[in-house]
Design a protein around this ligand. Structure first.
Ligand SMILES: Nc1ncnc2c1ncn2[C@@H]1O[C@H](COP(=O)(O)OP(=O)(O)O)[C@@H](O)[C@H]1O
Ligand SMILES: [Mg+2]
Length: 366
């Protein structure tokens, strides 16, 4: 050690505080806020001007756990943390899941001088956890449903065959033919649902082919635009054309995005807009087992300004058969979740009633 007394540039300290993604809030020995960094301001939803000089007890009024943690650090001089998922209440925004670390500050000369609070935003972590939990639940349901579907398919084939035979037995002009045709048609409808279900239960191995995602998205939008002709819905694809191809199953990925875009169309009453965005994520990576370097992901966002999803329904939309539509199967999102999972990706949804829905699909390129 040659330069033991070397001091860090105070400007650098300030820059680091400004740029880290942790909320840092310091307070003096009486509990008055002496510092809050930009992340802290954004997490609390309050400006530094509002916070500085305020007593922490006023700032965090009603948030008992948080107050307790600060008191331990400030009054007892101990370090304490809570990683269990505290909810931080904010004045104008929904509560945010956070982890908290509180520690006494020791000045160079005069013992303890206040405390510091470090806040970490756990929203993203919680989102990932939710997505994983859903995937778990799905795999059990998928196995059950897939097995059941298999059992139903054979007798169904019998019913359809019999109805077809009956049709042939009836004279051309018989009014009874209408009924047998209904039978055949409805059996076919059940069959489609069952096939979707079987995909969920015992999926065929996914193909590993080079998929040009932009082309897939473009084709889907083109078709949907055509299907929605006469309605006032605008379709926009905002994608960087240089996005490289990704390794996956083109059929399944088409089904995934088609389902999502269809849902968006169905959420719009008279007029609205659907925007599909695709870009390479710069800040989100996934590591493949055995690989050192994490591979970047492509992020596809599907936004609509349709009628949105009420909070109490949001939890259930991935449940098989949950639908709010008269002719819905309620399997679309279940299948989407499954396809995303098979591609080692993530699916997230944010929705506000009356404002619309945003679905984010992140997929690794390889
Ligand atoms: N973009 C969206 N906007 C509003 N609601 C949606 C959207 N996507 C899905 N939903 C809701 O989730 C439910 C389940 O969707 P899904 O699994 O695709 O089944 P289905 O479309 O057959 O109803 C829908 O019935 C609807 O209530
Ligand atoms: Mg659907």
């Amino acid at each position: 050690m040659s330069k033991t007394a070397q001091q860090t540039d105070p400007n650098l300290n300030a820059l680091v505080l400004e740029n880290i993604d942790r909320g840092v809030i310091a307070m003096g020995h009486k509990g008055d806020i002496t510092l809050i960094n930009p992340a802290g301001e954004s997490y609390l939803g309050l400006s530094a001007r509002h916070c500085l000089g305020k007593d922490f007890r006023a700032l965090f009024a009603g948030q008992e756990t948080l107050l307790y943690l600060i008191r331990i650090a400030l009054d007892e001089g101990r370090t304490i943390s809570d990683d269990e998922g505290l909810m931080l209440n904010r004045p104008k925004q929904p509560p945010m899941p956070v982890s908290i670390y509180a520690a006494p500050i020791f000045s160079r000369h005069a013992g303890q001088d206040g405390a510091v609070l470090i806040i970490r935003d756990l929203s993203r972590v919680r989102e990932l956890e939710n997505s994983l939990r859903r995937a778990d639940r799905l795999s059990i349901l998928g196995t059950l449903a897939g097995g059941l579907a298999h059992e139903i398919k054979n007798p169904l084939g019998g019913v359809k065959g019999a109805a077809q035979l009956l049709t042939m037995e009836l004279p051309e002009e018989s009014p009874l033919r209408e009924y047998t045709q209904v039978m055949v048609r409805e059996v076919e409808r059940i069959n489609n649902i069952i096939e979707e279900l079987m995909d969920l239960g015992n999926p065929r191995p996914i193909q590993q082919e080079e998929v040009n995602l932009i082309k897939v998205l473009n084709d889907i939008l083109l078709l949907q635009k055509e299907a929605a002709r006469g309605r006032h819905i605008s379709f926009t694809l905002a994608a960087d054309p240089s996005i490289p191809s990704l390794l996956g199953d083109e059929g399944l990925l088409t089904r995934l995005f088609l389902n999502l875009v269809k849902n968006a169309v169905e959420a719009i009453d008279d007029e609205g807009a659907i925007v599909v965005e695709a870009k390479v994520s710069s800040d989100f990576h996934v590591s493949n087992p055995g690989e050192k370097r994490p591979s970047p992901m492509v992020i596809v966002k599907i936004r609509d300004n349709g009628n949105g999803i009420p909070a109490d329904e949001l939890e259930r939309i991935f449940t098989p058969y949950f639908t709010t539509k008269i002719k819905g199967s309620g399997l679309g999102l279940t299948i989407c979740q499954k396809i995303v999972e098979d591609h080692r990706g993530l699916l997230n949804i944010v929705s506000t009633p009356e404002e619309g829905t945003k679905i984010t699909v992140s997929l690794p390129f390889r």
